[in-house]
Design a protein. Structure first.
Lengths: 568, 127
């Protein structure tokens, strides 16, 4: 400190006020930094949360699809044929399960049928969602909830339920566990618009309008019951039947046995339980004679009072075609039909000409599938061109195979005044159907066919049928088609048909009944169609006609009025 | 002046804070009530769907028919026969005039204490 003064550094002291000011400024800076940091943390977290994609799918499927509902299906009188029920399904979130062993043991106290290893395997891991068991009952849901296992929960699914059980199985088809139609009308509905609605996630709740079918469950029940009875009574391998409204084409009843329980889709896989009405093709046998005679009458080549020589069999090279119940004399056209004469029908067809006959079969829709809603359909096999002998056998229903649905559609057209209308399973009124009519024969031909069918029930092979259905003016034609066994026609294995319409004074319904490989009910009866398919038809009409609003009438004047003027 | 304002502001903010909290809790309550209601509704809808399905089963002809069969004997019922149907045309016409003589005879016999219906009932074995 020797030198004081010279260039000594000056000491500048800030005043108290200034110091205070600086300190405040610093504090404010720190404060701002802290706030910015704080808000940027909040903001960053928000952005992060916004980026997270929540996984709403359940094992690869959108949740909406699993909880999607289907519209209820009603019969023509509003009775439920298929409804949705809400059922709980058990799932687990393995990543949230704390004690796997405990969860496994507890779950097995309620669901003992789950294997321990499988369950442990299922619950281990880091998955977000696994199904444990689907479609349980509310009671089981309650018991599992009481166990209080973390990471185990329920989701409410829609399950399809068919209150009619097996009765309308082939019409309804079934759905898989994800509620998608896999057969029958359920599958057709998916093709229409239900699938689209489900995809859009709109098919939830009970908002879907019910689908109304043309089926009458009462008639369906009677037909199903009678077919079950027929299989037992005649020890047949199968039986099937279909009834349509001939003016609207609405299918009133359709059953095919053996069938399955749509509530348990596994039963649908049982062998031989296919829909014989739509997906089975058979040689129709003598019920085809109605078609041949209608074609010949309509072409004008044959008139209702013509006579045909049935004294000798028809020879084609080495083959001779003869009659089953041979009369071997000159037959009138009504006798040809009544005695189901093969020779007579060949003569009728030959009068028309085989090419005209083939063209008529095309007109009647025997070349293609019947336009129908069910996905289970098969193409008929009718030769593109007929040889002389091919046309001859075809005239009495051999050498070609068609489905019973083809036959019922054809019989409908031949009895309703000559308009072909494709059958449908949906409700349709007459006005709507009339826009779809396609004329196939003249009304006069239709009237003649009605007469022939009624005549056959009164005097011919349909008389067995008429015993049960007296008063309901049923008429029809039997068909006993021999089956091909080892490349030959077998006389012991036959497929029997009965094609009918009622009440024939003013027909409303056409029906085809099929009984496959029947045996005689007792030694007094036979195995031809009149004894089985015919009887079944009679019994069905007897039960069903009053339900359909057809009163019995025994007055003979009605039957006399059906007879064409020229034959009276 | 400013002090007073500050005091007022502090009080209002405390008041508003408590108000906001009260609102929050009440909304939470309402939300949980709503959730409970939703789950109750869906549970009831589920029950309803089961009841509807039950009713549909009980209503099926296939379900009723076996019941009818079971009681057929006792109730003496059976499928309707063709002969059981009638029509209005089959009914007899009403007589043109009342049968005065017959009615007089009936009233006289009733006065005498004889009811012709009794005889019919006795004949049929109905008490």
């Amino acid at each position: 400190m020797a030198v004081i003064g010279e260039f000594a550094p000056t000491i500048a002291l800030d005043g108290a006020r200034k110091v205070r000011g600086n300190l405040t400024q610093n504090r404010i800076r720190w404060m701002i930094l802290a706030l910015v940091l704080g808000f940027s943390m909040v903001g960053g977290r928000l952005v992060q949360l916004g980026m997270v994609e929540t996984d709403t799918t359940i094992e690869g499927q959108a949740r909406d699809i699993i909880t999607a509902t289907r519209p209820p299906i009603l019969d023509r009188n509003g009775m439920e044929m298929a409804v949705d029920i809400r059922v709980p399904s058990l799932f687990a979130e393995p990543r949230r399960i704390i004690d796997i062993e405990e969860a496994v043991q507890k779950l097995r106290t309620v669901l003992p049928n789950l294997s321990e290893n499988w369950l442990r395997d299922r619950l281990t891991g880091d998955k977000g969602f696994v199904w444990l068991q689907r479609e349980l009952s509310p009671a089981i849901e309650e018991r599992i909830m009481r166990l209080g296992i973390p990471g185990i929960d329920f989701i409410t699914e829609s399950k399809r339920f068919y209150p009619g059980m097996t009765e309308a199985s082939h019409i309804l088809g079934s759905v898989n566990i994800d509620n998608q139609g896999i057969a029958g009308i359920e599958r057709h509905m998916d093709g229409e618009d239900v699938a689209l609605l489900q995809d859009l996630g709109l098919a939830r709740g009970n908002a879907l309008a019910p689908v109304e079918l043309s089926i009458d469950m009462r008639v369906q029940h009677v037909m199903h019951e009678q077919l079950v009875d027929a299989i037992e009574r005649y020890q047949a391998v199968a039986a099937a039947g279909v009834m349509v409204d001939i003016y609207t084409g609405e299918v009133v009843a359709l059953a095919s046995l053996p069938d399955f329980n749509p509530n348990d889709p596994r039963t649908a896989l049982v062998k031989d339980s296919f829909n014989r009405i739509t997906a089975g093709i058979f040689e129709p046998g003598s019920i085809f004679k109605t078609i041949s005679i209608a074609g010949a009458l309509d072409s004008g080549a044959v008139r209702i009072n013509d006579q045909f020589d049935a004294r000798f069999g028809v020879r084609f090279g080495r083959f001779t075609i003869d009659d089953f119940h041979g009369k071997h004399r000159i037959l009138s056209l009504s006798e040809v039909y009544k005695y189901s004469s093969n020779i007579g029908t060949i003569r009728v067809m030959q009068a028309m000409g085989k090419d005209n006959y083939r063209a008529f079969l095309t007109t009647m829709g025997f070349d293609q599938r019947v336009p129908f809603e069910l996905p289970e359909m098969r193409l008929p096999t009718v030769p593109k061109e007929f040889s002389e002998i091919g046309a001859a056998t075809a005239s009495f229903g051999h050498g070609l195979s068609v489905s019973p649905l083809h036959m019922v559609a054809a019989y409908g057209a031949l009895t309703n005044g000559g308009n072909y209308i494709a059958p449908t399973l949906y409700k349709r009124d007459r006005a709507e159907a009339e826009t779809l009519y396609r004329r196939v024969v003249q009304p006069s031909t239709s009237a003649n066919i009605r007469y022939l069918m009624r005549l056959n029930a009164l005097e011919g092979s349909g008389s067995q049928m008429n015993k049960a259905a007296l008063g309901y003016r049923v008429g029809g034609k039997t068909g006993t088609a021999e089956k091909v066994v080892d490349g030959r026609y077998s006389s012991s294995k036959v497929t029997n048909f009965f094609a009918s319409a009622f009440p024939l004074d003013n027909p409303r319904y056409a029906m085809v009944i099929m009984v496959d490989e029947p045996k005689a009910e007792n030694p007094q009866t036979g195995t031809t169609a009149g004894w089985n398919a015919g009887h079944v038809t009679g019994r069905i009409v007897q039960r069903v006609a009053p339900m359909l609003g057809i009163a019995p009438d025994f007055s003979e004047i009605l039957d006399r009025n059906i007879v064409p003027q020229i034959l009276r | 002046m400013i002090r007073n304002l500050n005091i007022i502001l502090i009080f209002t903010s405390v008041l508003m804070l408590s108000g906001v909290y009260a609102l929050k809790f009440s909304i939470e309550n309402t939300a949980s009530e709503r959730t409970a209601l939703i789950s109750q509704i869906s549970a009831q809808e589920g029950e309803l769907s089961l009841l509807k399905a039950d009713w549909a089963v009980l209503n099926q002809p296939g379900h009723i028919d076996p019941i009818v069969r079971r009681h057929e004997m006792m109730l003496a019922i059976g499928p309707v026969k063709q002969e059981q149907f009638g029509s209005f045309a089959a009914l007899r016409m009403r007589p043109a005039k009342p049968d005065n003589a017959g009615l007089d005879a009936l009233f006289l016999s009733l006065d005498a204490g004889i009811d012709p219906i009794d005889a019919i009932l006795e004949l049929e074995g109905i008490e």
